[in-house]
Structure formats: structure tokens, C-alpha cells
Design a protein around this ligand. Structure first.
Ligand code: RP5
Length: 161
């Protein structure tokens, strides 16, 4: 089975956030690769990754970066493979900088932008699963079960902790 999802990030420091996407993909049995690909520090690596993505069979790219977070947008400019962007939380501006850098794309090169931080990364994994599930009934069933289990885990009443 081919690797369907590429998880890329600007730095090793993004991994604690981006691994939340990997955890979801693992739970749903989706094959993925994870790579450090920086728009600023390794632009040639970014170019090569984007150029080869469709040909290698990637179906979705999850791209996370923080600060001047150009990685998702630059990747979207280089490949037609759908890009899901994850704004990584930053110390200086709490990730609002990342969010604005990722979400405000010009017409023609969309990035599906998630929430800031770990929840956004997890949701990126779920969004990728939803996209892949459109053409994979078995995966769609696993995603339905995952969602039902989450729903069932929510108590009806709050309790003192
Ligand atoms: C971005 O700069 C990365 O995506 C990361 O979120 C941020 C800080 O990187 P480090 O200085 O921690 O390597 O390119």
C-alpha cells in the first residue's frame, strides 16, 4: 500500500504539535510519512517535495509551521495535492502569526487551514481521513467508528474533579 499522506513541518520543534496528526492517522490505519521541510531553511527540499508529491501517489499533505509560516502556502503553490495547513503555536504571538500566514491565501492556491496548535493538528489528521474515506469505504467505516466512540465518551452531566 502506498503512503497516502505526507506530514511535513518547518522544524523539529513543530513535531510535538504535528505528531497529533500522526497519532490520528495511526489510529485510523492510514499510511503516512513525516518530514522536516522548511520554506526558509530548506527551500530546495520544499520544491522537490512539492514537485514529486502527486507522482509519488500522495493524496493529502498536512503542513505545519509557526511564525512566518510559509510552508503550507508554498507547498500549495507547487502541487495540486490538497494541502491542510496547521498553524503551530508560537511563544511571541501565540500562533496568531502562524494562522494569518497560512489562512490568507490568494485565489488559486488554497490551503485548508485548521485551528492553532495540537487540536488543529489532530483535526488535520481527521480531515485527511475524511478526504481519503471518500474513495475507501473501509476507512470511512473506521472514521465513523472513531467519531461514534468520541461522541459516546462525552458524559451527559459534569462532575466535580
Ligand atoms: C518555523 O519557525 C517552524 O515551523 C517553527 O514553527 C518556527 C521555529 O523554528 P525553530 O527555530 O524552533 O527551529 O520555520
Amino acid at each position: 500500500m502506498d503512503v497516502a499522506v505526507g506530514i511535513i513541518m518547518g522544524s523539529q520543534s513543530d513535531w510535538p504539535t504535528m505528531r497529533e496528526a500522526a497519532v490520528i492517522l495511526d489510529e485510523l490505519g492510514i499510511r503516512y510519512e513525516s518530514k522536516i521541510v522548511s520554506a526558509h531553511r530548506t527551500p530546495d527540499r520544499l520544491w522537490e517535495y512539492g514537485k514529486s508529491a502527486a507522482g509519488r501517489g500522495l493524496k493529502v499533505i498536512i503542513a505545519g509551521a509557526g511564525g512566518a509560516a510559509h510552508l503550507p502556502g508554498m507547498m500549495a503553490s507547487k502541487t495540486r495535492v490538497p494541502v491542510i495547513g496547521v498553524p503551530v503555536q508560537t511563544r511571541a504571538l501565540s500562533g496568531v502569526d502562524s494562522l494569518y500566514s497560512i489562512v490568507q491565501m490568494p485565489k488559486g492556491y488554497p490551503v485548508a487551514t485548521m485551528a492553532i496548535g495540537a487540536a488543529g493538528a489532530a483535526n488535520a489528521g481527521l480531515m485527511a481521513a475524511g478526504i481519503l474515506g471518500l474513495s475507501d469505504p473501509a476507512l470511512a467505516g473506521r472514521l465513523d467508528a472513531w467519531r461514534a466512540a468520541l461522541s459516546a465518551s462525552i458524559p451527559e452531566e459534569p462532575r466535580d474533579e
